[in-house]
Design a binder for this molecule. Structure first.
Ligand code: ASP
Ligand code: MG
Length: 474
């Protein structure tokens, strides 16, 4: 069997038109002899709205919570009616949607009386997004002639009881997924399940954390030893830089898991790397594809990167950062000093992106946030502290940067007109990062892109896309 797990994000199921496109994509895979297992997110923005409803209810705003739910009910009802033509099937789907919203409203009313939102209730409330979307998508697939069957994800994805960020129990999932899904696939059926939602061992609904549908896709793909996992989203895959900043950015055709992980951490928002680890561990390729442009080949993420003639794969940029300089005037770098500094960041639950130290000073970068003055006040117990916002981190990612001599010289020559505040290389062999002023960031990305993607390796980058651009500019 040629099993492929296809995960569709919120924008791929956001309205009837998107669901029809998704159905056509899946039907195409079936026609090509593939056996898809489909994982879907809630319709776009639904998870946020469910959380808002929960919040309102828990603050006693019963009417506000029910109003949000009622708008969501209309949106789903309208979509259900548009997706299914046969009157009996349509009525059945609309009734199902109504039943789900009736239960949701009951929970919201209870919450508005109890006025306490526990993580457990929050998970139960958000789970409606995927529980309903997966039902609607199943019905729509059947309209398209796909032999789709709905599967409750909570019977397969079993987690611990850390509601809102539950940890999957791999051994159980590795058993349940083949048990429930393989017989269906063998009969030529296409299982459709919600992503993100799961249950603990006593059957209570849990979730895998925001954006968790990719994780579901990877868990299912891993457990089934699928041939590939496809993550369908609304971009063409991983690009050499942000196309809004750099119009001649190219699609990266293939990238290693580690490179993709570095990029995701430093601002490229395509997917969260930890979520595809279950696939990488089992050597299953992950493809990032665009449901609005299905002909595009997307980006293939694999464990070991193929050799690339260009030193870098992509340039990421993370803005809205601050640099904190801690200068120890009295105490030199004594034992325990760094620990004392990091304990303060820990206390304020603030993650540090980059660190650079000298004999007497330490510079750290963090996301700009309103805790910064408090952090600075605590740090000033140890040393002199200065902090400055409006900084950006540029992160250049590529295989084996460390092994190539003269690379730093080339990078900094490309941005010689820009003032660099902090540099880091060596923590990872595949990333070279530095901090600059936020106002210089776009210009820096364009200069670096021009310097390093002049003659991109056609095996790794989609150079075809650049030809029409070149033709139009000449
Ligand atoms: N619907 C969930 C969220 O918005 C999970 C996902 O789409 O990945 O976080
Ligand atoms: Mg997502």
């Amino acid at each position: 069997m040629n099993l492929v797990v296809m995960k569709f994000g919120g924008t791929s199921v956001e309205d009837p038109a998107a669901i029809h496109r998704t159905a056509a994509i899946v039907a195409g895979r079936v026609a090509n002899g593939r056996s898809p297992v489909v994982v879907v997110s809630a319709m776009a923005r639904v998870t946020d709205q469910l959380l808002r409803a929960a919040d309102a209810a828990s603050q006693g705003d019963r009417a506000g919570a029910l109003a949000i739910s009622s708008r969501l009910r209309s949106r789903h009802r309208d979509a259900a009616a548009a997706l299914v033509k046969n009157p009996a099937d349509q009525a059945a789907l609309v009734t199902l949607v109504d039943q789900k919203f009736d239960s949701l409203d009951e929970i919201l009313r209870g919450l508005a009386a109890i006025l306490e939102l526990t993580p457990r209730i929050s998970d139960l409330i958000v789970s409606f997004g995927e529980r309903i979307s997966s039902r609607m998508v199943t019905a729509a697939f059947r309209e398209h002639g796909i032999n789709a069957v709905h599967v409750d994800a909570r019977e397969i994805i079993v987690t611990d009881s850390q509601f809102q960020k539950a940890i999957p129990q791999d051994d159980i999932i590795d058993k349940k997924a083949p048990e429930k899904l393989l017989p269906l696939a063998r009969e030529g059926k296409v299982p459709v399940m919600g992503g993100f939602i799961a249950s603990n061992e006593t059957g209570l609904t849990t979730t895998l954390g925001r954006g968790g549908s990719d994780f579901t896709g990877a868990l299912v793909g891993g457990a089934l030893a699928a041939k590939a996992i496809e993550i369908w989203t609304d971009v063409d895959g991983i690009m050499t830089s942000d196309p809004r900043v750099c119009p001649d950015a190219l699609r990266v055709k293939v990238i290693s898991f580690e490179e993709a992980a570095e990029l995701a951490y430093f601002g490229a928002k395509v997917l969260h790397p930890a979520t595809i680890l279950p696939a990488v561990k089992k050597n299953i390729p992950v493809l990032v594809l665009n449901s609005k442009n299905p002909r595009n080949e997307g980006t293939r993420i694999i464990s070991l990167a193929p050799h690339c003639k260009s030193p870098f794969k992509s340039i990421a940029c993370k803005k809205k950062l601050s640099i904190i300089d801690v200068v120890a005037s009295r105490m030199l770098m004594t034992h325990g000093y760094l620990k004392a500094i990091f304990d303060i960041f820990d206390k304020h639950q603030t993650a540090v992106d980059m660190v650079s130290t000298s004999e007497v000073s330490v510079s750290l970068t963090v996301d700009s946030n309103d805790r910064l003055p408090l952090i600075a006040a605590d740090l000033s117990q140890l040393a002199d502290v200065k902090y400055e916002g409006k900084k950006a981190l540029i992160c250049m990612v590529g295989e084996d940067i460390r092994g190539q001599s003269g690379m730093a010289a080339q990078v900094f020559a490309a941005i010689r007109h820009i003032n660099v505040r902090m540099i880091s290389q060596g923590a990872s062999e595949i990333n070279m990062s530095f901090m600059i002023d936020e106002d210089d960031a776009d210009e820096a990305v364009r200069s670096l892109h021009a310097a390093f993607f002049q003659n991109p390796d056609p095996d790794i980058f989609d150079v075809e896309a650049r030809k029409p651009l070149l033709a139009s500019s000449s």
